[in-house]
Design a protein around this ligand. Structure first.
Ligand code: HEC
Length: 147
């Protein structure tokens, strides 16, 4: 009769694991989680954003139709989003990305729709998902590297 309490304990442990698993999976998916605003140190252990793998696909799908050398966005603003050099060069008026400082980067201001309505990007289209914007934000915070 010594086994029963053990089995019960195992069952209880399993139930706890199941409950924790549930709360974990019902919150927003790991790939979409906002990077914590404070505690930048904690992020060094997390996966880093890659310009080529995480950021370029967003620009390709949502921005390049207008922001390529002959596109209207590039013609009007000078911003060419088809290359790293173009992204970092910014517009005719200056850089849009300040490495390490997403909050002062005008790119995030426009993408978060914190600027006036006519400057919201992408022009006339759906806002980028918070998932995409957080990826760009994290990439800038990590130094906006050509990685
Ligand atoms: C439908 C066309 C279109 C799309 C798509 C588009 N843009 Fe633009 N963008 C423009 C135009 C046109 C301008 C020129 C300035 C203006 O008219 O506001 C511009 C200007 C900008 C500027 C400079 C604003 C300034 O203050 O000078 C930034 C930054 C920008 N776009 C980023 C983006 C990003 C990032 C995306 C993708 C998420 C994007 N744009 C998608 C058309 C577009």
């Amino acid at each position: 009769m010594k086994r029963q309490p053990l089995l019960l304990a195992a069952g209880a442990a399993l139930a706890v694991v199941a409950a924790v698993g549930l709360t974990l999976t019902t919150s927003s998916p790991a790939y979409c989680q906002a990077a914590p605003k404070t505690a930048p140190k904690a992020q060094t252990s997390q996966s880093k954003q890659s310009f080529r793998e995480d950021i370029v696909p967003i620009f390709k799908g949502r921005c390049e139709s207008c922001h390529q050398p002959n596109g209207e966005g590039t013609q009007k603003s000078g911003l060419d989003l088809t290359s790293y050099a173009g992204v970092m060069k910014g517009t005719k008026f200056g850089p849009m990305v300040i490495p390490g400082d997403p909050e002062s980067s005008n790119l995030m201001l426009l993408l978060d729709w914190r600027a006036s309505a006519e400057l919201r990007m992408p022009h006339g289209k759906k806002q980028l998902s918070s998932c995409d914007r957080n990826a760009i934000r994290a990439w800038i915070r990590e130094g906006a590297k050509d990685n």
